[in-house]
Write a protein that binds this ligand. Sequence first.
Ligand code: ATP
Ligand code: MG
Length: 586
Amino acid sequence: MSTDPKASAASAVSTDNASGSNFLRGLIESDLASGKYQQRTDILGRPLPAVITRFPPEPNGYLHIGHAKAICVDFGLARDFGGRCHMRFDDTNPTKEEQEYVDTILDSVKWLGFDWKDESGEHLYFASDYFGKFYEIAEYLITAGHAYVDSQSAEDMAKNRGNFGEPGKNSPFRDRPAQESLDLFRRMKAGEFKDGEHILRARIDMASPNMNLRDPAIYRIRHAHHHRTGDKWCIYPMYDFAHPLEDAIESVSHSFCTLEFQDHRPFYDWVLERAAEGGFFKRPLPEQTEFARLNLTYAITSKRKLRQLIDESIVDGWDDPRMPTIVGLRRRGYTPESIQLFCERVGVAKADSWIDMSTLEGALRDDLDAKAPRATAVLKPLKLIIDNFPDNLVDECSAPVHPHHPERGQRHFPITKELWIEADDFMEVPSKGYFRLFPGNKVRLRYGYVVECTACDKDDNGNVVAVHCNYFPDSKSGTDGANNYKVKGNIHWVSATHALEAEVRLYDRLFTDAHPDAGGKDFMAALNPAAKEVITAYLEHGMRAALPDDKFQFERHGYFVADRVDSQPGKPVFNRVVTLKDSWGK
Ligand code: ATP
Ligand code: MG
């Protein structure tokens, strides 16, 4: 059994909930109707919005598609209800956090199309800025009898915690006088003790059926350097203690998080109630509401597991186009709009479910189909020689930049005696129903002429190395003569003398198993060996001008993007974003 609450929650269900409904909207609407969070003011007496949310990542890795859902929920709902969303780093754990992660997270949120600045200011916060406040509240809890310093060993503490169905045992230190706890806590802060020697715990109920209420730890000793506070502190608050306080300090109204925090909500409320009693916060207090985390088929959404893929060199880094990280999706060619569209379609449910990868890919196709200019690319090249074409003639053909947007104009490209066509657009002996090139058959060279296949050349091993044909000079697309030719096949091509030779990376899903890590499975056993194939392709010559991040539909093949890292001026490298149709597993 996995002890990771996320993994078990994810494996328990398997239905695709692509309803697009969002119960959190209903919740906010009813809070607005009851006026619950209206009439609040900040410390200077200025009115506060009735909807304040926050997106609170821990800066310990790169954001992934699951975080994108949380971002769309937190930032999107605040925007929709005229409120604001705080960008907050939950950086209370010193050992795993780094500035590099802070930078990439900010960059990813902005790229997705959200902003933490508004007329009221810049709402970028760091939980570590509240360490002083957390400490003050902890001292208050000790004084008020709600917390004590426990000096049991870690083993005893774990043993005395009990189990599900078996109550815990009170620590022998539970009833030590508040003054003694306070003194020890101050000495913990002063650095007099080693890691683990003492811990500050809330005094709640060791017999609670909710394990999270069995005197949870709220402060621990950790002699560690923090990426922002340096060596100022050697005690750090626990997440469950810090998080509600962060929300209250920032006057958050709606604190949305994923379902695995449901059992933590009673403690969230406990912390806020005690702090409010102590006069630290005014009511109404923030309220936590849990929603289903995003589980995407053929992908994993856990920073720890994604890191393993990098550490074991399965992928080339956080921004590898096969990664479900925001930086990976961006490099792969996903647009912010497609990810927002995906999140809208997925909706927000109260129960965990798996969302099919095809939902994400579908949103991407829908977004790119309308935007991406068309171009021609030959991915598996075979030479086509038009024997009756004048040797040095360079004739110009043209095609629309976008078939549904004539206002975007035409693109022009040359046709010459020697072309590249797709190897599978020729068969020496055609199979049944094959309409493309074979000796004696006519096809249209898309946007060019009709040609009739005559023969092919083979190497010593019998492999076809070139195809021969003759063209009909009066058959050019767009001319009157074109209509005199009725052919079934229509194939794409590029001029062999003018085409751009380019590296193209054909990406596919990283895993072959739809649920690679469900139920504690070894996801490393489900890697798709064909997730990346690097080829040399021939592209329409205009692709020389493609800039990093430019996206195109290579006709008949799919959507491609000029890689933002490896493309050079005049020498783009292309990534396949997604194929034209969902053919996975078919
Ligand atoms: P991971 O398990 O990958 O480490 P995390 O939950 O620890 O993720 P945080 O940085 O703490 O990552 O998450 C920031 C916010 O994003 C939290 O509110 C968290 O609930 C949310 N979040 C993380 N993963 C998902 C997901 N798969 N679907 C929806 N929201 C998510
Ligand atoms: Mg976390």
